[in-house]
Design a protein around this ligand. Structure first.
Ligand SMILES: [Zn+2]
Length: 133
């Protein structure tokens, strides 16, 4: 007996347009998520009280306190330099050097010392986490 498979579905022109829009929107969301992560890092490194940050993010104050890192002025300066360079176009996000995915974070592969503030490679959250482990 002959196979009576369903004929392959061909999206209409309108559906293809919607798919393109969806793909573009998802790309924008990923960029915004990366930007939000950078802003959160700056806030965590700032003297803004943990309670205020927690209120804005809708999380418990303890969550913010736990995520606050001990002061490492060179690390903070290097991280801020990257954020500023991203804003003024001196740096742009690249795909993860390991898996090619977005969104990515700047990894200071040569440390944070003078001269290496913008010496970064791009890693997704997962692979960035691995470099710290
Ligand atoms: Zn990766």
């Amino acid at each position: 007996m002959a196979q009576r498979g369903r004929p392959a579905y061909k999206p209409t022109k309108e559906e293809r347009k919607l798919l393109r829009e969806l793909r573009d929107t998802l790309g924008e969301i990923k960029s915004l998520e990366a930007e939000r992560d950078d802003l959160i890092k700056i806030l965590l490194d700032s003297p803004v009280p943990a309670q205020q940050i927690a209120n804005v993010l809708g999380v418990a104050t303890a969550t913010i306190s736990r995520r606050r890192r001990p002061d490492d002025p060179q690390k903070v300066a290097a991280r801020n330099a990257v954020t500023i360079a991203l804003r003024n176009g001196e740096l742009t996000y690249g795909p993860c050097e390991v898996c090619g995915e977005y969104p990515t974070q700047a990894h200071h592969h040569n440390g944070y010392n003078n001269g290496h503030e913008l010496d970064v490679i791009w890693l997704c959250r997962e692979h960035h986490h691995h470099t710290k482990a």
